[in-house]
Design a protein around this ligand. Structure first.
Ligand SMILES: Cc1ncc(COP(=O)(O)O)c(C=O)c1O
Length: 458
């Protein structure tokens, strides 16, 4: 139990806020971590303790935690036009600039952009468009959506239904009917003895095809997947996985939504995860690094095939009856546009291509630690699997909360990472330097050593 001083920010927080993804009972006694300021890859709490945030907040603070330049853009825009919308054919320069820019850098030819405020809404929009598209082309029965176990696409009713996160469905009565989840592409944990990555991918693609056949190909509308799973553990796919999954997508005429919410804008070492894995999506959702996390904005890119169907619907219905109050908000789009300019100017992709492999190597050396079974990553994503037995790849009993223990010690050593059960995910701000990567590795090593001492003492 932590001492919480009366009338402190902590006490007022406990009395007033419901926190996302937080145990509400333990929060009542432990209280929040209060972050007061940030600079570069570091944030500082209310006691003055500094943390190297190797999670970039929630995978989004690509440029770190403070930016004079983005602040100035937001300030100037608010003085000129602090709000307007895109409804009923209205527009603003910033939204047009940003849409053009996104279309010009899209990994495959894309036709139009829809704006929202969050990754969840971007995926929600994409899934609604799957239904709309199939209705428009005379196949209204093709409504089922297939995602993946442990895939994550957001917290709205629809996007969490597409996600394969049982803990986020429990007692919400979700997923909605019509949402299915195919296998979790976690080679290290799930492969059979002697099975290669390629064979494992073949097995997963076959399981995906079986699911489509079981449900009926005429009832399945789309597949949604992250190029690299984020909330599934910072988990790059096994070799040949995407080629084989895409062959099934094409065979059954599914629409393919690439959820680039964490992969978009350099994270995997290319502008898009779709480029890293040669994906050919019909729709792309992106957010987070789109504005360096400094403004709530997301975009859904759609191809011409989807847009043609939407035109048909407007001919029929007279109106595209979908939208959000803050879509194309001139401040969010101005900040996003400036963010993309900054990426270009500093050659962010080049930076990730240089520092990413350094990070893979630095964290890769932790494979020798007794707690570590696997280190796997790409670009500036690394996932580290904590195991009870390196030989058999056996996981710890979840009741031992080994992941939570690593998290606790990491924070003590001034490191923020993201624990997903017993997998530690790293997705630092994209601006991270080699020297800072060394600090991440050193602090993590200390946290693993402390955890190991505690595990052995058990
Ligand atoms: C891949 C992916 N898609 C969608 C989302 C949801 O984004 P938001 O929290 O902005 O709604 C997330 C959030 O972490 C994500 O990682």
């Amino acid at each position: 139990m932590t001492y919480v001083a009366p009338n402190s920010v902590q006490a007022r927080d406990i009395a007033s806020i419901v926190h996302p993804q937080t145990n509400l009972v333990t929060h009542m006694t432990e209280g929040p971590l209060v972050i007061g300021s940030g600079q570069g890859c570091f944030v500082t709490d209310d006691s003055g303790k500094e943390y190297l945030d190797a999670a970039a907040g929630l995978w989004c603070a690509s440029l770190g935690y403070a930016s004079e330049r983005l602040a100035r853009v937001a300030y100037e825009q608010m003085r000129k036009l602090g709000y307007y919308h895109l409804y009923r054919g209205t527009t603003n320069d910033n939204s047009v600039d940003l849409a053009e820019k996104l279309l010009s850098i899209a990994p495959v030819p894309m036709s139009k952009v829809l704006f929202q405020c969050s990754g969840s809404e971007a995926n929600d929009t994409a899934i609604k468009l799957v239904w709309y598209y199939h209705a428009a082309i005379g196949k209204p029965g093709k409504r089922k959506i297939i995602g993946r176990k442990m895939g994550y696409h957001g917290s709205t009713g629809t996007s969490i239904s597409a996600s394969g996160k049982a803990d986020m469905h429990a007692d919400f009565g979700l997923p909605y009917p019509g949402f299915f989840h195919t296998e979790y592409p976690h080679y290290y944990r799930e492969h059979h003895e002697g099975e290669s990555e390629e064979q494992y991918s073949t097995r997963l693609a076959a399981a995906f095809e079986d699911m489509i056949l079981r449900e009926g190909p005429d009832t399945v509308g789309a597949f949604i997947g992250e190029p690299v799973m984020g909330a599934g553990g910072g988990l790059p796919p096994p070799r040949t996985y995407w080629d084989k999954m895409q062959a099934v997508i094409r065979k059954y005429h599914l629409l393919f939504i690439a959820d680039e919410v964490i992969c978009g804008f350099g994270r995997t070492g290319n502008m898009w995860g779709s480029q890293t894995y040669d994906l050919q999506p019909d729709m792309i959702s992106c957010a987070k690094a789109l504005s360096a996390g400094m403004q709530p904005i997301s975009a859904t890119l759609i191809n011409q095939r989807v847009f043609e169907a939407m035109l048909d619907e407007s001919r029929k219905l007279g109106n595209f009856a979908h939208g959000f109050t803050y879509a194309g908000h001139p401040v969010t789009t101005a900040v996003a546009m400036e963010t993309l300019r900054i990426y270009d100017e500093m050659d962010m992709i080049g930076h990730v291509q240089r520092v990413g492999p350094y990070m893979q190597e630095a964290l890769g050396r932790l494979i020798d630690h007794p707690l570590v079974g696997e280190v796997r990553g790409i670009g500036m994503i690394v996932g580290i699997e904590l195991v009870a037995d390196k030989e058999t790849r056996a996981l710890f009993d979840p009741a031992r909360k080994v992941g939570a223990t690593v998290d606790k010690y990491a924070r003590e050593h001034g490191l923020i990472c993201r624990l997903i059960g017993d997998r530690v995910a790293f997705s630092p701000p994209l601006i991270i330097t080699e020297a800072e990567v060394d600090q991440v590795a050193a602090r993590l090593k200390l946290a693993l050593d402390d955890t190991w001492a505690e595990v052995r003492g058990h």
